[in-house]
Design a protein around this ligand. Structure first.
Ligand code: SAM
Length: 347
């Protein structure tokens, strides 16, 4: 797994440039040949894709094909060459076409100033909060959108949201009316919309921590009067033990570890284990190194993630707490684009 130069926290916002800077070095002239080959491969792929776009027939299928091809080009050319190819793809006229897709455009333009904000994930959830933005799209953009939000990564993200809801509801069923839950990097806390435990008032509190004041504002207004407690806070604050928020039966982080270096991920996991009650569970999710949409996301969407393998997840889980105090698991979601680790603190 490539390690970026940054650590995600409330102050240092993530831009793909910080990832690519890590790979670009002037002494890599020998890669010129590889870059030329990758450029040629991209030229063939995009020319075929543009012909299919121009024909205007079955555009979602044409986008599916393009996304698969970009994954293959990325795999073949290696990380350093791929980083050099990204700006060339972004400068290609095809970018103007693909960025008519509202999801692709939002990711590329980054209205919140960083990658992977909660509104971007709302496109994947098909949430009404982004309906106006979707409605402003061209017919071509909507055709592209039809595939991009049904690509394997977004399918896995919707399953992730449902898994989170299930974990909260199962925890409430297990621990009763004292159930305390913490969501780190909560975004808009969409998983709470389907929670029966929340709807039936069976939770003591569901703390939702995020560094983006707009996400916190959205949670505050939508879940006002429920057991949801939004907190304007950051990973940095948690690492510094700045947030005195007590202990929990369930703590989870989805859409966060994908941006954290191993060092920060391990430290955060250790802190979360300390915040668990005996018998409590910590869950963290990460895009897996088997994900299929990476080439498209990193180029046309300008959205870079740290993908993790099973071994990467185990390395973090194994460093979380003393071996005989926890029960650890690493498992894949249905289409293997997202990988999970659950760590239970033994009673
Ligand atoms: C990809 S969204 C995930 C939202 C939600 N967990 C979900 O699964 O839909 C990432 C969220 O992480 C938040 N975030 C990013 N860096 C953070 C940090 N250092 N501390 C707290 N939250 C952070 C962002 O503000 C954003 O809302």
């Amino acid at each position: 797994m490539a390690q970026p130069l940054f650590s995600l926290d409330g102050q240092s916002l993530i831009t793909p440039q910080s990832v690519s800077n890590n790979f670009l070095s002037p002494g890599q002239d020998h890669q010129t040949g590889l870059l030329r080959t990758a450029e040629a491969e991209f030229a063939i792929v995009i020319s075929l894709a543009m012909q299919r776009f121009a024909a205007g027939k079955d555009l979602p299928e044409a986008v599916r094909w393009l996304i698969g091809q970009l994954h293959d080009v990325r795999q073949k050319c290696g990380a350093a060459v791929w980083q050099k190819l990204i700006p060339l793809i972004q400068a290609h006229p095809s970018a103007k076409i693909l960025q008519q897709c509202p999801f692709t455009r939002w990711s590329f333009e980054k209205p919140r100033g960083y990658s992977g904000d909660a509104s971007l994930i709302d496109f994947i959830y098909g949430h009404s909060a982004v309906a106006e933005e979707v409605a402003r799209s061209t017919p071509l953009g909507l055709d592209i959108f039809e595939y991009t939000i049904n690509a394997p990564g977004p399918v896995a993200v919707r399953e992730r949201r449902d898994i989170l809801t299930r974990y909260v509801d199962d925890t409430a069923a297990r621990t009763g009316s004292d159930t305390e839950v913490l969501a780190i990097a909560a975004g808009h806390l969409r998983e709470a919309e389907a929670s029966t435990a929340l709807a039936e008032g069976r939770l003591k509190r569901w703390v939702a921590l995020d560094q983006d004041p707009q996400s916190i504002g959205s949670i505050s207004s939508q879940f006002h009067g429920t057991r949801v407690e939004p907190i304007d806070g950051s990973v940095r604050g948690l690492l510094a033990r700045k947030h005195q928020i007590g202990t929990f039966d369930l703590i989870y982080a989805a859409g966060l570890y994908d941006y954290l270096t191993d060092k920060v991920a391990i430290r955060l996991t250790q802190i979360c284990m300390e915040m668990l009650k005996p018998g409590g569970v910590f869950l963290f999710a990460n895009f897996s190194d088997e994900m299929a949409d990476d080439g498209y996301m990193e180029s046309y969407m300008n959205w870079e993630l740290l993908q993790r393998s099973e071994a990467d997840m185990w390395r973090i889980a194994n460093a979380s707490a003393a071996e005989n105090t926890v029960d650890k698991r690493v498992w894949f979601g249905t289409n293997r684009n997202i990988i999970y680790s659950t760590i239970r603190k033994l009673p």
